[in-house]
Design a protein. Sequence first.
Length: 76
Amino acid sequence: MAEKNATTALSPAEWEVMKVLWDGGPLAARDVFAALPHGNEWAYKTVKTLLARLVAKGALDYEQIGNSYLYRAAVK
């Protein structure tokens, strides 16, 4: 299976989210939000939007557990 190469199309904000998941994944959205650098001032909803975009781009996979989603990097 060919490795996905979604990382070339990521925005700087999406890269920040990916770094968190590469370092600590799989994580729930609230854990990604808590692990982001404090200086970014993003709202929780912004992080959820970034996660959804990364899933759509194929950079992240997720698993639903009850009412929560665990996100993990799909690319290296």
